[in-house]
Design a protein around this ligand. Structure first.
Ligand SMILES: [Zn+2]
Length: 281
């Protein structure tokens, strides 16, 4: 998946989950908490591709992250890729192939998602509002570039950075600490996990089972068979998948903030399907 699709999948997952929690468990969140969670999850869904040091100049996953913080993130990506490769080489079993590049290894595992989520929450819990400012600034910057890539390119880095700063400041000033801070780490972790599923349907797969060994392999790449995989950047991804995700997000937003509207939408579907059924008879 390309960066924008990953970001969108994070936002969609968070909105759908928020709606489900509200609808089935009665867990309500303020509009600000929903907005921040969505941005942080969308930004988090770009983080696993910080290991894409080789392709940062191309318009692929890593590029979104790379464009965000220029040379600095290029360097960070290089370091993360090498560290991931180190972890791979140190833990690989006899059947795992030798690798020279760390892309889609450690940052594409569930323990990484958990670690990042835990680290984010620990940071926010320990340093309070200032950590929240930093975390939201960083992830919102990523999310804006991922979700609104065309706008971000036109607006330029200064405007995007300014917007991220305003969002971060507004969040820290208004988000209550009791419920808000653990949510940040959870949103980052959910974003990472959603990223893994995005890669599973579009590629040779990710080592989602790591560190559980299977058949003398620790780094088994799990993905859909080649014939079924969705082509990265192809029409199915950029048109069908993205449209579906936007629709799901909008329905979820309507469900969260205007349940009456969703009810009318459901009625509309059920009446139209009864009409269709009658016509079929
Ligand atoms: Zn990836």
């Amino acid at each position: 998946m390309m960066g924008p699709s990953h970001a969108l999948s994070g936002a969609t997952a968070w909105l759908a989950g928020t709606w489900a929690l509200d609808h089935f468990a009665g867990y309500e969140q303020s509009p600000l908490a929903v907005a921040v969670g969505t941005l942080v999850c969308a930004g988090g869904a770009l983080l696993p591709d910080l290991d894409l040091s080789g392709k940062v100049t191309r318009n692929q996953g890593g590029a979104t992250v790379a464009r965000t913080f220029g040379v600095f993130s290029l360097f960070v990506a290089e370091v993360i890729e090498k560290v991931s490769l180190g972890i791979y080489t140190a833990t690989r079993l006899s059947r795992d192939p030798r690798r020279t590049n760390g892309h889609r290894t450690f940052t594409h595992t569930l323990p990484f998602a958990g670690l990042l989520g835990w680290g984010t929450t620990a940071l926010a819990g320990h340093f309070g509002k200032w950590a929240v400012v930093g975390i939201v600034f960083f992830t919102a910057g990523l999310a804006l570039r991922g979700l609104f890539d065309k706008w971000a390119e036109r607006a330029g880095w200064f405007i995007v950075t300014l917007c991220s700063a305003v969002i971060a400041w507004f969040t820290a000033a208004n988000l209550p600490g009791d419920r808000g801070y653990p949510m940040l780490g959870f949103a980052v972790a959910v974003g990472c996990v959603v990223h893994l599923f995005g890669d599973i349907i579009t590629s040779a797969g990710v080592p989602i089972l790591w560190p559980v060994p299977t058949g003398r392999r620790l780094w088994r790449m799990v993905g859909v068979p080649n014939g079924m995989a969705i082509k990265v950047g192809g029409k199915v991804e950029t048109v069908v998948l993205r449209t579906a995700m936007v629709v799901i997000s909008l329905v979820a937003i309507a469900g969260i903030f205007a349940p009456g509207l969703l009810q009318r939408f459901e009625d509309l579907i059920s009446t139209s399907s009864t009409v269709a059924m009658k016509e079929n008879i």
